[in-house]
Design a protein around this ligand. Structure first.
Ligand SMILES: Cc1cc2nc3c(=O)[nH]c(=O)nc-3n(C[C@H](O)[C@H](O)[C@H](O)COP(=O)(O)OP(=O)(O)OC[C@H]3O[C@@H](n4cnc5c(N)ncnc54)[C@H](O)[C@@H]3O)c2cc1C
Length: 233
């Protein structure tokens, strides 16, 4: 895609890179503990730790200084479902390309993979920190911000169970926002009741032959790979 403006605040970007390189353990800090008669009085500080406040500022900078101008430039696609979708219900290709570009940029800056452990190339941000970032992204409405944080189309902890060669093949590109996946559990006859799944996976030499139907799978139409739940015996 050409002509996309890039105006992100470099200071904020650098801060995000630095920050996302560090695993952050979020905890409620007990600010004051003192004895009052027989009772222990604890004061709990509920404010965000400085590291997470920095993360939020960096993310806000990315959303407002880099993504918002893209959205203004391509505002025709952000004016309602009719303009977003083709007759077959899929996203129009231009919007899909734009969302992918936003996702990749978020991956470059370290936001997209922040929920995964640092050992595998993620940001190592705590669950609370990721939630804070999701709220920050959601504040921007219904636009390119949707591509900034990983949802079911991104890397999830389940992928940490993959054998090493597969981890390298699938996890890295997902963390960097270069590819997307989908979580294919639900079926028309079983819903998400895993005990009654009907999809079967039959071993055929060094691959599995899959037979079955899935439904309601977010991002299935655009995914580069799928995590498919199937019965093997
Ligand atoms: C927007 C959207 C995106 C989705 N994305 C994905 C995806 O990416 N991947 C995927 O695999 N699936 C996806 N799904 C499917 C979703 O995970 C399932 O629809 C959901 O888990 C509910 O399961 P179900 O359809 O089997 O409903 P059920 O579990 O059958 O539930 C139907 C109703 O019955 C009630 N119910 C269920 N069990 C009981 C019980 N024991 N006692 C009393 N009441 C009960 C429930 O509360 C509910 O009201 C998506 C669904 C939507 C709507």
């Amino acid at each position: 895609m050409t002509g996309v403006q890039s105006e992100v605040d470099i200071g904020a970007t650098q801060a995000a890179r630095l920050l996302l390189g560090l695993p952050i353990a979020y905890g409620l800090s007990v600010a004051l503990s003192r004895k009052a008669g027989d009772r222990e009085v604890l004061m709990i500080d509920f404010s965000w730790p400085e590291e997470l406040q920095m993360l939020r500022r960096s993310l806000r900078g990315f959303l407002t200084q880099e993504l918002a101008p893209w959205e203004r430039q391509y505002q025709a696609y952000f004016g309602g479902e009719r303009r977003r979708l083709q007759d077959d219900g899929r996203l129009v290709p231009e919007l899909l390309a734009l969302l992918r570009q936003a996702r990749r940029r978020s991956g470059e800056l370290g936001f997209y993979g922040m929920q995964m452990p640092a050992e595998v190339g993620g940001g190592g941000i705590s669950r609370v920190g990721v939630f804070m970032a999701q709220v920050e992204a959601a504040r921007q409405g219904y636009g390119l911000n949707l591509a900034v944080m990983a949802g079911p189309e991104g890397a999830s902890p389940m992928l940490l169970q993959l054998p090493e060669p597969l981890k390298e093949r699938y996890l890295g590109p997902l963390l960097r926002g270069e590819q997307s996946t989908c979580f294919a559990l639900s079926e028309p006859e079983a819903g998400s009741d895993i005990k009654h799944l009907q999809t079967r996976a039959q071993r055929q030499g060094d691959y599995y032959l899959l037979n079955g139907l899935k439904t309601f799978i977010t991002n299935a139409a655009y995914a580069d790979s799928a995590q498919v739940f199937a019965v093997t015996d």
